[in-house]
Design a protein around this ligand. Structure first.
Ligand SMILES: [Mn+2]
Length: 204
């Protein structure tokens, strides 16, 4: 059995300008504590795999100590961690994904197209991509179908399902249904939802 956790949109270093000063201060405190709390949760619950679907930082040029704290917390996890950068923390020059040292159990997707990373001991193939700019008009999942090779195929993307505007990795429900993925981990919309099923793919 594989136990995984899926999270996204930490928006670390956000000023939370839309909130009242008191609410914003509370949120900033919570977001500084979040990486360590998450590491404790992962280790206490025997999680094998951590899927982080982008916008972990609020901007592509976050404070260095924020990124170092996240890196250290992820390194504490007794799990393999995969990251797909999003529209706020897009992968590019100056990004903490390039400038900070990440531990060996952390794997970051860096290309603006689907790539695979394999974890053979778990018979697992991860399919992910990175925003490399603040917008991504072409959907990463377009035209993709995972091979039916008996392996467990999981997708990790920052993007939105059937958006009105194609700016943030638009993903159509039909594309998810045709993907052959067992699970698709998404980020971007800041709203927890029950898992959805399209075709044979569970998606959240
Ligand atoms: Mn986003």
């Amino acid at each position: 059995m594989l136990r995984f956790i899926h999270a996204a949109d930490f928006h670390l270093d956000s000023a939370f300008a839309a909130l009242t000063p008191r609410q914003a201060a509370a949120r900033r405190r919570e977001s500084r504590e979040l990486p360590v709390r998450l590491a404790n949760y992962v280790n206490q619950n025997n999680i094998d795999l951590v899927l982080l679907a982008g916008d972990l930082f609020d901007s592509a040029a976050s404070y260095r100590d924020t990124a170092e704290e996240l890196s250290a917390a992820l390194g504490q996890m007794e799990a393999q961690v995969y990251i797909a950068p999003g529209n706020h923390d897009w992968y590019g020059p100056g990004s903490p994904y390039l400038t900070v040292k990440w531990p060996e159990n952390v794997h970051i997707f860096t290309q603006p197209r689907l790539e695979t990373m394999e974890w053979p001991e778990k018979n697992l193939v991860l399919h992910g991509a990175a925003f490399t700019h603040g917008e991504q008009a072409d959907g990463f999942l377009t035209g993709f179908t995972a091979p039916a090779d008996g392996k467990l195929h999981i997708g990790l993307l920052h993007g939105e399902i059937d958006p009105s505007e194609a700016r943030y990795d638009p993903i159509r429900k039909e594309e998810i249904a045709a993907s052959g993925l067992a699970y698709l981990a998404l980020g971007h919309i800041h709203k927890r939802a029950e898992p959805l099923t399209f075709g044979g793919t569970v998606c959240a």
